[in-house]
Design a protein around this ligand. Sequence first.
Ligand code: PLP
Length: 406
Amino acid sequence: STGWFQCEVSYALCPPVHAGALELEEGTTMTTQRIRDFLATRRPDGPCLVVDLDVIRENFHAFRHAMPDSAIYYAVKANPAPEVLKLLAGLGSNFDCASVAEIEMALEAGATAARISYGNTIKKERDVARAHALGVSLFAVDSHEEVEKISRAAPGARVFCRVLTDGEGAEWPLSRKFGCVPQMAVDVLVYAHQLGLQSYGVSFHVGSQMTKVDAWDSALADAKRVFVQLAKQGIHLQMVNMGGGFPTRYLRDVPSAEAYGKSIYQALRTHFGNQIPQTIIEPGRGMVGNAGVIKAEVVLISKKSDNDDARWVFLDIGKFGGLAETMDEAIRYPIRTERDGDEMEPCVIAGPTCDSADVLYEKNLYPLPLSLTIGDEVLIEGTGAYTTTYSAVAFNGFEPLKAYVI
Ligand code: PLP
């Protein structure tokens, strides 16, 4: 992910950013001084993501401090850059992986197989076998069929069953694709036990960018019911995987990791009393989102008629270049410009490709400075998670998003 080849050339072409010029309000910008300094001297011609490892380190410590009794399994899908994985492996993180490729990346970064969970409920049997051969022994399921695959390809492994949540309050909900109803989770875990697997626990994901700190409560109530039903059949579960969902600050403030920790601990006490099982959290967005900033450029500003409808601002990055989470305008990134402070005007923002779906914000117009001009640089903040991995390989001939880790 780290490529420096165009740096000298682009430095010669682009004037440096003036420190502080891109700040909207004191204290709200997520562009760290290190990212600013980096962009001031070394800039490729196209859009690029710059990730500051110091921010990720701080996030890791904040999670550990807020939820000291929960094991952290970083969701690799959020940002699998080798430098990020290596940092987190060194800090003692475990890893939630969605594929054999992600498992290999986590191992490469220094994690042992014992610190890896194969958390995708949809796996090919040969991938289960491959993960098992690599030493992974913890697998997610949400169906009888998946249990059968694991019993054949990873005999004796530990499994946890994912239950559905309603995703209410999440800006990027994940269910119904993953999980089953709690009663079915009971059946699935009994079946796993019968097939010689270790029925180990229950998991859920409250939905990504969950801004309600109490969203874990009802899912933990469901988890407890599954524990009780299985105990009646002599199967004693040991673990609750409470997933991700911890938010990144985009345009609005979000509660702190500590506030989530307190609320989750309260819910665990309410439902499990003095017998709180082992718990896991799988932060993705909350671990890396605020560590990244994308530098992009204004390619065109135009209107669709002479009447005073909104101006269209076309950037050199769009939905297919890494900003896929603007789908349905779900995630609204902070966009900083060198002209912040000037009079603002609501605009449509679109990407550069010839696909009409490549519009970032249109239903809800986005305020940008009236003085914004073709060729201006913009900084798109909060883009450390779910960007590089969504970037298409040369759709319309645009290069995939470059990434620098500093
Ligand atoms: N765990 C699992 C199983 C997931 O599927 C995801 C995201 O899709 C995560 C954790 C990370 O979620 P978030 O980025 O909301 O923290």
